[in-house]
Design a protein around this ligand. Sequence first.
Ligand code: ADP
Ligand code: MG
Length: 230
Amino acid sequence: MGNGIVCESVTKEFKGDGIGTKALDGVDLTFHDGEFVSIVGTSGSGKSTLLSLIGTLDAPTSGTVMIGEKDVRKMKKNDLADFRFETIGFIFQQFHLLPTLTSLENVMAPLFSRKVSYNKKEKAMAVLEKVGLKDKVNSLPSQLSGGQQQRVAIARALIHEPKWLLADEPTGNLDSETGEVIFETLSALNRETGCGVIFVTHDPALAAKADRIIEMKDARVISDRAGMAL
Ligand code: ADP
Ligand code: MG
């Protein structure tokens, strides 16, 4: 599967009581396979909405989102769930780990009731090692620091080797030093595995280190430029 992610004239409206909100207003963007892209912009500018459309969690009101030449809106619900599982890994500001499960169990959780061609436990061990948590596989989230919890969440997102990692302010709950470690973890994964990363952040210093920086304001893209990594 190639040819990246293409958003064409993407609009998203939320209809509340009476007045609607345009969260995205005519967004045209292409994300190339393997790219590390930062998205910055003030709160409410549409960053999370864009990520949820790219992640196929929601559909645009108008316009198209194509992932690897597939039009997301034309897929059946079950096919879409499989496609999402195979293609996309999500990371959020809140780590969303299950508190009663160990790191290993949290990482294996997305595979529950799924048939896969590999040994689930071995694979989970391997991705935990990849994010530097080999010695924490049996720890509960409460026994881990915030940065370590986020690395478990990254390992969980990686379990099925997604083509894209979508990270919505993954460093938002972490101090800047730990945020840097998380950024470097994602950056290393991007280089080593070739997975594309779309990284939403409030931190301009982190954003600048990507291949490319997209800035949003009032539901539109207002700038799209090369970052320091290029
Ligand atoms: P950001 O992530 O940049 O802070 P969001 O994408 O979360 O921005 O939100 C963009 C706009 O869309 C905001 O005005 C927000 O209130 C609105 N919005 C987002 N999600 C919903 C929703 N599920 N229902 C109604 N309005 C929403
Ligand atoms: Mg947001």
